[in-house]
Design a protein around this ligand. Structure first.
Ligand SMILES: C[S@@+](CC[C@H](N)C(=O)[O-])C[C@H]1O[C@@H](n2cnc3c(N)ncnc32)[C@H](O)[C@@H]1O
Length: 410
């Protein structure tokens, strides 16, 4: 019989290992690492521990190294176990005795005394983590002068943002759910709420969508029955926004299971779209569109608040691969626009190669984004693009990192 709570800690170790050694996302890794865990609470605990270790890994390592005479190897199991033990006391408020009882058995036959010694030394010293996580070196180099403010936005998991089907009812929903709104159609709630039990979920009055992720579709305004191609649409957050804003939506994606989620989302919210399972590189539309929203596949480094695995998985090779895909998709999208049509390009990436550099190559006429279209506290760049990062709107709870640009076809 396992000690209660031990399977969750073992699963946390497996999740971290899958991210760091196999380059999997936490979501992908969860498929096998969490399969044998019984109970939602233990699954959530395993995910929370793994997430906190990935968020604070450099700082946890610095603490561990400060308490050993001979540094543990980077890939030593004792280091990994100490990371999950410390993340629990320092981030999840788990009592030290529970952490020891569920941590040391993971080192059965290994250096348990050493791990116990390091953990006790650090707890006796009452160590704490810094206010802002130290980012992995390659990430700091990539983000340059932006790294410090972005890191400040990564210290805690994000609040829960909802997008409303009926923007006119924003004040009503903010009051009913006890949240705050940062712009029409948006309500923000504290994190950790089970959405299925919230008022309005079953009737499809809203869906979960980060404030930054809601901005690209807003850049197309009201549809008034005009046609829009939501290129790379699944699981459908932006499809629902566009349908709710009166667009006649064609929602295309090449991922079957993600498109099933899009269909479920449309059904729950009673919104309509023509759903197309196809590859954007081989599909050809029968007619051109009044507007196209290209929410392109990307490295997703802008989502590191909720997916801290991206801090460790993404390297220049993936960024280059994505940039190439984005360039080719932008070229196809530009061909499928009617004259006078509008193209919006978006990526949830903080990498210049996927944002600014891609936009600079587009040969359509820029339609600059204006401050009036954005929540208070955000402003467009000098070029008329929008760049958000997790350090922005900090007092209100932050937002994901996105790059957004808009053009019209002359
Ligand atoms: C950033 S996500 C889209 C999120 C979506 N717009 C939303 O708001 O819910 C990018 C999507 O691109 C899709 N994708 C990647 N390569 C594709 C391709 N060659 N053709 C069509 N879709 C593709 C992925 O399946 C993924 O769903």
């Amino acid at each position: 019989m396992d000690i209660p709570g031990l399977p969750a800690r073992r699963a946390a170790l497996n999740l971290i290992d899958a991210v760091l050694r196999r380059g999997e996302t936490l979501d992908q890794a969860g498929g096998s690492a969490l399969a044998r865990i019984k109970g939602d609470a233990d699954r959530a605990l395993a995910r929370a521990i793994a997430g906190e270790v990935l968020r604070w890994r450099a700082d946890l390592d610095a603490l561990i190294d400060s308490a050993t005479r001979l540094p543990l190897a980077d890939d030593a199991k004792a280091r990994a176990v100490l990371q999950i033990m410390l993340a629990q006391v320092l981030r999840l408020e788990t009592p030290a005795h529970a952490v020891i009882a569920t941590g040391l058995p993971l080192l059965m036959g290994g250096p348990r005394r050493l791990a116990h010694g390091v953990f006790s030394t650090l707890t006796k010293r009452a160590v704490t983590l810094p206010e802002v996580p130290t980012l992995p070196e390659p990430v700091m180099e990539r983000w340059g002068i932006r790294a410090e403010t972005i890191a400040a936005g990564l210290a805690v998991p994000p609040p829960l943002d909802l997008a409303l089907r009926d923007a006119a009812a924003t004040a009503e929903w903010a009051e009913r759910l006890g949240g705050v709104s940062l712009m029409p159609g948006h309500v923000r709630l504290p994190r950790g709420i089970a959405v299925e039990h919230l008022e309005g979920f079953r009737e499809g009055a809203w869906w979960v969508q980060d404030l930054a992720a809601s901005l690209p579709a807003r850049m197309l305004g009201a549809g008034e029955g005009r046609s829009v191609l939501d290129l790379c649409a699944a699981p459908g957050g932006k499809t629902m926004q566009l349908a709710a804003a009166g667009w006649k939506v064609t929602a295309l994606d090449n991922a079957k299971r993600r498109l099933e989620r899009l269909r479920e989302n449309l059904e729950r919210t009673a919104l309509e779209a023509e759903v197309v399972l196809a590859d954007a590189f081989t599909w050809e539309p029968q007619e051109k569109f009044d507007a196209i929203l290209l929410d392109a596949p990307c490295t997703a480094t802008g989502t590191s608040r909720r997916h801290p695995d991206v801090l460790h998985r993404i390297a220049p090779r993936q960024i280059e691969e994505m940039a190439e895909i984005q360039t080719r998709m932008l070229a196809r999208a530009a061909e499928w626009l009617k004259p006078g049509g509008t193209l919006v390009y978006a990526v949830c990436s903080l990498e210049q190669e996927e944002g600014e550099d891609r936009a600079a190559d587009v040969e359509l006429t820029l339609a600059p984004i204006t401050a009036a279209e954005l929540p208070e506290g955000l402003s467009p760049t000098g070029e008329g693009w929008l760049r958000t990062d997790p350090g922005m709107l900090a007092e209100a709870g932050g937002l994901d990192g996105f790059f957004i640009a808009r053009w019209v076809k002359g």
